[in-house]
Structure formats: C-alpha cells, structure tokens
Design a protein around this ligand. Structure first.
Ligand SMILES: *Cc1c(COP(=O)(O)O)cnc(C)c1O
Length: 395
C-alpha cells in the first residue's frame, strides 16, 4: 500500500491517510495519492500479466492497507467484446459481469473494505438502484449495517435486491440528490457513514480499475475514444486519474482517449455546462429518463467530469429516449448482447458523435455497458399459446 496522502480535488489541500475522511473542507471530493516512483518498481507489464485477473491485482495503486483482506464477492476482470454489427473497431467493456450485476460493485467493494478497516458499523447512501444493491451486498459481506434510500423511480428489481441483502431500504418521493440531503444530515448527526458518490474517497479508487483493465486488455494502447454513461461521473473521473497514474509508472504514454460523457436528454446537466463553457453544472430540474443510473440532477464531481472531457478533447452529448431504446433493441437483435438502458444511451451517444463528425467510423472506440440488461424490465413481446390446439406449422 503506497498511499502518501489525500488531496482536495479543487484546492489541493493535503490530508493524512490512515483516518476516516469524507469531503474536503471546501466540500469537494478527496483524491488518494500514491508513491508512484515506488509503484513503478513492481507494477510492470510482465508482472501484471502474471497476476490473478481481479480488481485487486492493481494493489500498488489501491488504498488497501497491508495485511487487510478485501471485502470481496469475486470481482473479475470484465471482457471487452467487439459489437460486430457496428464495426470491428467498436468495442464494449461489459461491466454487467460483476457481482450484483453492475460496475457499482468495483467502487463499493473498495469503499466497504475501507469502512470495515476503519471500524465503521453503519453505512448509508442515496441511490437510483445499482449502487444501493451493491452497497447492501458488500455491507452484508462485511457485517456492516446498511441503510439505502432509493429515489422515487428506482427500478423495482434494485429496490428488492438491496432489501434481500438485509439492508434497511426506503423508497423516497424525490430525486437522488434530495435523498442525498437526508443521508448527509444523518451522517452529520453521527447516525451513519455517508457512502454517496465521491463523498468518501475510496469508491473512486475501486472504479478507476476500469481504466487500468482497459489499458492492459488493449495491449497498453488506449482507445481513441471512450463513451461513458454519466451520472455522478465516478467512472469517467476514475479512468482519467488511472491514465495519469499508468503514465507516471511508465505503463502508457502521454496519449489519452477523447472522453465522451453521455447523458439522457431528460437529465443532461453536464452537457448543458459543457456547451455553455461552465466549470460547474447547475441542477437539472424535473429529471426524467428510463436510464436510471444516469438520472442524476446534480453531481458533486461536476468540475472533474468536465475537466476530463475537455482535457482530452472529448465532448458531453445528450441522447433522446427513443434513441436509447432503439440502441438496446438493435444490439440485442444484431449482436446477442443485452445492454442496460445506460449502455443503450452510450451506443446512441456513439451514433450521435458519428453524425456530428466527432468520431470517425474507423476509429477504435470503447463503449461502456455498466450493468446486466437482465436487471431491467423488458418489453413483453411473446405470444400466448394454447397447447391443446397448437400446431407446429402455425408457429
Ligand atoms: C451508476 C450507473 C451509471 C453512472 O455511473 P457514474 O460513474 O456514477 O456516472 C451508469 N450506468 C449504470 C448502469 C449505473 O448503475
């Protein structure tokens, strides 16, 4: 474990490791910093290739203290698959293979591991679904009491999944940021530890492993563009940090992918701020989209998302609901892969970027599918059959 300190992402103010942290004194996310010179000595291409293919193999660049076993449900390296119908250079990293069926497992495995290490006995978060389910699962594995407050339109499967792990689950009558206010109030009263997106520093460290994995899987050559369904933006911010760390340890060069933050037209605060040239994003009122994971009216890491998008020459793009649903249908029928709606948004976002000339058809692009499509309600397209009268030739 090579953590040297933590640092405010806005002001650079330093914080000591080895103690419980939430936000910085400026109310912004904290970033974990490592002794990258030391990491360089052991984190070589050859050594990394020999390690067991789980998120924990990146130990030099993870905050896991020495001698501490991770709270793990078995987090595999996720596959990168070509979407043949869109072109052999269009790749999908399928995060639906992780425990609880979404990439929220990466961040929460790391956050809950650290919470357990610090002796925290009660954790809470607001959720649109997948994060709450993952928090509840890792909380159960760690023996930590878990409180999950779901936004009004959280998919029912997720609400029930979180409750199945024994968490105290509430469905509120508001959006995720409004649920977050209640969680923050409870944390301030000492009732629980706040595990909201970017409000504790370790979830980001678990999530950034996506960046490490894709670099190694693509032969240490980063793709030309990455398309990411953006809610709180943890993955985008985490990958951007991961690429810098990989460069500092000598595993990749200075080239970076163009990062595309994809949002739904019904909830696009980052797109609006990107287009207006703003550093921070204002709250999006009346947020609505089927892609629950990206229904986030306000993101505390807004400026970090916008930085990663702008620094690499990418863009923030909004896609319509009809384009999201169409993309899910197309990829299921043409490629046999059931994307989650957020994954559909990403495919729609890539199509939009093609139209706008922001990517070329022959560029190598990596699209993220962040959850298993089976976690979402699907259209009922089957016909009913009375077996007594059924004849094969009528089918
Ligand atoms: C949470 C979630 C997202 C958004 O991820 P962030 O890193 O918070 O922006 C996208 N897709 C799915 C399926 C999610 O569960």
């Amino acid at each position: 474990m090579l953590v040297t300190h933590l640092e405010c992402s806005l002001t650079g103010e330093r914080y000591e490791p080895g103690q419980v942290h939430g936000l910085s004194s400026a109310g912004k996310p904290l970033l974990v910093r490592y002794d990258l010179q030391k990491a360089r000595a052991t984190l070589t291409r050859e050594d990394v290739a020999r390690r067991q293919r789980t998120m924990w193999k990146w130990s030099e660049l993870l905050p896991l203290p020495p001698g501490v076993a991770p709270v793990s449900l078995g987090e595999p390296e996720t596959p990168i698959l070509p979407l043949a119908s869109l072109g052999s250079n269009v790749l999908v990293k399928d995060e639906g293979r992780l425990p609880t069926g979404s990439f929220k497992a990466r961040g929460l495995a790391m956050a809950v591991t650290m919470a357990k290490h610090f002796g925290i006995s009660r954790i809470a978060m607001p959720t649109n679904g997948n994060a709450g389910a993952a928090l509840a699962a890792y909380g159960a594995a760690a023996g930590i009491e878990t409180v999950v407050i779901c936004s009004a339109e959280t998919p029912e499967t997720n609400v029930r999944e979180a409750a199945a792990y024994g968490a105290s689950v509430y469905v509120a009558d508001g959006q995720i940021d409004e649920c977050g206010r209640l969680v923050a109030e409870g944390a301030a009263e000492g009732r629980w530890f706040d595990c909201s997106t970017l409000k504790e520093p370790y979830r980001l460290e678990g999530k950034k492993v996506m960046g490490f994995e894709l670099a190694e899987q693509l032969g240490w050559r980063l793709p030309q563009a990455v398309f990411y369904p953006t809610g709180g933006g943890t993955g985008l911010i985490g990958m951007w940090k991961a690429f810098d760390e990989l460069e500092a340890v000598g595993l990749v060069g200075p080239e970076r992918p163009r990062m595309f933050a994809i949002q739904a037209a019904g909830c696009a605060p980052i797109v609006r701020a990107f287009e207006a040239g703003e550093e921070f994003a204002e709250r999006w009122e009346h947020a609505a989209t089927v892609a629950a994971g990206i229904r986030v009216p306000r993101a505390i890491g807004d400026f970090l998302i916008l930085r990663s998008v702008r620094d690499g020459g990418g863009a923030a793009l909004a896609v319509e609901e009809s384009a999201i649903l169409q993309a899910v249908d197309d990829v299921a029928r043409d490629d046999g892969m059931l994307l989650c709606p957020e994954g559909g948004a990403v495919v729609a976002g890539w199509r939009r970027a093609l139209e706008l000339g922001l990517v070329g058809r022959d560029e190598t692009v990596l699209l993220f599918n962040c959850a298993n499509g089976n976690k979402y309600p699907l259209a009922d397209r089957a016909r009913r059959l009375m077996l007594a009268d059924a004849r094969p030739r009528d089918l």
